[in-house]
Design a protein around this ligand. Structure first.
Ligand code: CA
Length: 226
């Protein structure tokens, strides 16, 4: 896996490089935003970018902004200073995928880089259970041949449940899937999305079962059950 690290603090950059290389990743380190911007314009773009916000020349925000403006889809993990909430919000709004607050644990860095690479890698084109099918490429949900209209959040909840097959997921996990950055969304809101989904997929041969005090799971149901 190719990783581009843009970090001007040489101690942090060395640490990042060591940790990621130890995981078998190939790491290229640059110490300014302009070089990162140039490298991201080449055809052989990295699989994940670890990007410090406070870079000389072009800052991290500008690097992400330019990347996304060109249509570049490389996942970006921003490195931010502690308590810089406004920076994180701005970074995510600009098009970064995730952030890590300095100082961070090596294990967390590795986990996040891997998660971004996974999310970016080819997702399954179709998720299905019973008569319900989600086409992740066109973002279209169907019950047999009938297309069902879902809001973005309803889609995200249903996709998350389907990705977990018949495993139980907590309401908090669903909130994190809808808003990966910890914005506030109440558990009640999740219940509302789930009840709307239940109506929309009522005849899909799939039920969203409530696991009391915890969350939900999908399970197939027989059509002609008594
Ligand atoms: Ca810096």
């Amino acid at each position: 896996m190719q990783i581009l690290v843009a970090e001007d603090d040489s101690v942090i950059a060395d640490g990042l490089c060591r940790v990621l290389t130890a995981q078998g990743m190939t790491v290229q380190v640059v110490d300014n935003g302009a070089t990162a911007d140039l490298l991201l314009q080449r055809a052989d773009t990295p699989e994940v970018v670890v990007l410090d916000i406070g870079l000389p020349g072009l800052d991290g925000f500008e690097v992400v902004r330019r990347l996304r403006a060109r249509g570049g889809r490389v996942p970006v993990l921003l490195l931010t200073a502690r308590d810089a909430v406004a920076d994180r919000v701005r970074g995510l709004e600009t098009g970064a995928d995730d952030y890590l607050v300095k100082p961070f644990a090596s294990a967390e860095l590795v986990a996040r880089v891997r998660a971004l690479a996974r999310r970016h890698g080819a997702p399954p084109a179709l998720l299905a259970m019973g008569d319900l099918t989600l086409d992740c490429a066109t973002r279209r949900a169907r019950v047999r041949d009938r297309v069902i209209e879902l809001s973005v959040r309803e889609w995200t909840v249903l996709e998350y449940l389907l990705q977990h097959g018949a495993r139980v997921v907590s309401k908090q996990q669903i909130i994190d899937a809808i808003l990966p950055w910890g914005d506030d969304l109440t558990l009640n809101a999740v219940e509302v999305y789930v009840s709307r989904l239940r109506l929309k997929i009522a005849d899909a041969g799939v039920a969203i079962r409530t696991i009391r005090g915890f969350g939900y799971m999908l399970e197939p149901v027989a059509h002609d059950a008594p």
